[in-house]
Design a protein around this ligand. Structure first.
Ligand SMILES: Nc1ncnc2c1ncn2[C@@H]1O[C@H](COP(=O)(O)OP(=O)(O)OP(=O)(O)O)[C@@H](O)[C@H]1O
Length: 600
């Protein structure tokens, strides 16, 4: 069991898991109360036919039997039975409604936590693990939740009423009904103890299996390319085998105690039947009371058996909620509630230090991006360029120092305000499962189709979108498979253009684009970002040579900054990078028999 799980587990023990669940029911709460109420009526109504039968028996035994008497008790029994069925149906409908509200609340809460947590916290969990908890585990608690509260409360009431009736007939009958309880409790306790011990291992092997499945499917291209199909399939199938072996062993370890508990707990008849017969034979109770005692004892069997199943289910729900707690309490980036008043959209980094884990990757970076300026961030790989971009977008908080926009520390403004101000286009861009048009419109949900098309044209998307089977209406999932990396990047740029935010960060945003299109996109970007604060990270130095300020970052430190001419004169690292870039360009253009320098 991981440390994270341990701490989450100990935290939840202080909370009552049921109240934690109910806190997510919101408008489903009234339905849940209604469901409990209807269930208690249903179960109590289920006892009425037994009572009616007892009264009919009394009529026979007393010699006062009449057709009208039998009819009226029979009608009452039938009416009560119909009421029981109706109330039960309404009760479970209401409880399913409430259960799905709780599931919705839990999923929304986890999704919201992921959105507000630092990216590092999200990255600690594999996709398989997250899918396992958000889809499967949460779904698994629906059936117990929908049946547990309404039916459970009804099944508690019925044995209580039956036992009270047994006390009313003769208290010894009540004691006799409890005779199998101690042994069944011992067996149940043992079952819980054995299951509980293995629950964390079960979760780990389930998460492992989920992760391997996701990895296998996601990495299928690499697996094929490197001829690792056999090896990867082996890893995948051994995770499934491990899971199966563990679960079978786990179930076998509790089989005997669980079955004994299930058999003994509802066996009230074992004590009540001999006791009722003895008391009846001795004349302490009447023959009708003897029959009623036996019927009452039999009426409890179903409820007690259900209660036992429910106790198992409750334990499972409790364990799932304990596990969920880690996600429900994922640390959030602290944020202010009210929009901050900014003095413009200039960005400033003051002595910024940052570590993803132990090692510091930015060592006191100070940088000013005046409003409306074009700043380029260049430097060797791993120097910290993308980290700066992620920090300005507040995917993480700085470890020391500060970042401000318009003179306000970005930690002092709500995340929604910041995301409205900053547009971030990364190298790998994600397309959502909706049409290409809607993917672009995500930049500004209020944009008209005309504005969406204009942004797509400016980002050089129009030509390839028109070639898709349904043009702009092609689903991105379908199109995603046939779009190149560069085309996906251009869609992300169109999205950014439509958003029109005052601070724009492009992190290798055109790296996959061919030179001809890149040139056009760069022109559009420059046109559309006029007056905006632009931060561009690029390896192709020709795309940023006209920047107002080129910042060279190496090993997490700012080595030099200035315009291209100044850096070529005063920064050996930049000169070397430029030389390599020109060399590479000469080589590629030279191959096509063109003049390189003229194009730079
Ligand atoms: N999520 C992460 N967790 C831990 N370390 C990270 C993470 N992302 C980046 N790093 C490390 O931080 C350092 C800076 O990485 P960063 O991606 O900012 O560099 P970069 O200059 O953008 O590199 P490149 O030009 O190759 O994109 C590197 O040493 C990298 O290994």
């Amino acid at each position: 069991m991981s440390e994270r799980n341990l701490s989450a587990g100990s935290r939840i023990k202080k909370k009552i898991f049921l109240s934690c669940l109910l806190s997510y029911a919101r408008e489903g709460k009234q339905k849940l109360i209604l469901s409990v109420f209807l269930s208690v009526i249903s179960i109590t109504a289920g006892l009425v036919p037994y009572y009616c039968f007892y009264r009919i028996l009394c009529l026979f035994l007393d010699g006062t039997v009449s057709v009208s008497g039998i009819w009226s008790w029979s009608f009452l029994a039938l009416g009560a039975y119909a009421g029981k069925v109706l109330c039960f149906g309404l009760s479970t409908t209401a409880s399913h409604y409430a259960a799905y509200h709780i599931l919705e609340g839990l999923r929304n809460r986890v999704a919201d936590r992921f959105l507000h947590a630092p990216l590092g916290e999200v990255a600690k969990h594999s996709i398989g693990e997250i899918k396992g908890i958000m889809v499967d585990k949460i779904e698994d608690i629906e059936p117990p939740l929908a049946h547990l509260v309404p039916e459970g409360s009804g099944h508690i009431v019925l044995p209580l009423v039956s036992m009270a009736a047994l006390v009313a007939i003769d208290w010894r009958l009540f004691l006799a009904s409890l005779v199998t309880f101690p042994l069944s409790f011992i067996c149940m306790g043992l079952t819980f103890k054995i299951s509980g011990k293995n629950y964390d291992t079960y979760n780990e092997s389930l998460a492992q299996m989920n992760s391997n499945i996701v990895e296998y499917v996601e990495g299928i291209e690499v697996i094929k390319a490197f001829g690792r199909a056999g090896e990867s399939y082996g890893k995948f199938s051994s995770a499934i085998l491990n899971y199966r072996t563990f679960v079978v062993r786990w179930l076998s370890s509790t089989w005997v105690t669980m079955k004994l508990a299930f058999a003994l707990f509802p066996s009230t008849l074992l004590g009540v039947l001999p006791a009722a017969l003895l008391l009846g034979a001795g004349g302490t109770i009447t023959a009708a009371q003897t029959a009623l005692a036996v019927m009452l004892s039999m009426s409890m069997v179903g409820s007690l058996a259900k209660l036992e199943v429910f106790s198992n289910e409750i334990k499972k729900v409790q364990m799932t909620v304990e596990e969920l707690q880690e996600y429900l309490e994922l640390p959030e980036l602290p944020e202010k509630g009210q929009d901050a008043e900014l003095k413009g959209y200039g960005v400033e980094l003051k002595d910024v230090r940052f570590s993803y884990e132990k090692d510091e990757v930015l060592h006191g970076v100070s940088l000013k991006l005046p409003q409306g300026s074009f700043t380029a961030l260049v430097g060797p790989s791993g120097g910290g360029k993308s980290t700066v971009a992620r920090l300005v977008s507040r995917f993480y908080d700085v470890s020391a120092g500060s970042i401000s926009i318009g003179g306000v520390d970005i930690r002092e403004m709500p995340l929604a305000q910041l995301s409205g101000i900053v547009s971030f286009v990364a190298q790998d861009n994600f397309l959502f499962r909706c049409s290409i048009k809607e993917n672009i419109r995500m930049g500004n949900p209020d944009a008209s189709d005309k504005q969406v098309f204009a942004a797509a044209r400016a980002a050089q998307c129009e030509e390839f979108i028109r070639k898709l089977p349904n043009g702009y209406d092609t689903p991105a999932g379908e199109a995603g498979k046939r779009l190149s990396g560069g085309e996906k990047q251009r869609i992300a740029i169109a999205r950014m253009m439509l958003k029109g935010s005052p601070v724009i960060i492009l992190d290798e945003a055109t790296a996959f684009t061919d030179p001809e299109n890149e040139d056009k996109i760069q022109k559009s970007i420059r046109e559309l970002t006029k007056g905006k604060t632009l931060l561009v990270i690029a390896h192709r130095l020709s795309t940023i040579k006209n920047a107002d300020n080129i910042v060279v970052l190496e090993n997490g430190e700012l080595v030099a900054q200035g315009r291209q001419e100044e850096l070529l004169m005063g920064c050996p690292l930049y000169r070397k990078m430029w030389g390599s870039h020109i060399g590479a360009k000469n080589w590629s253009v030279g191959k096509q028999g063109k003049e390189a320098e003229g194009n730079v």
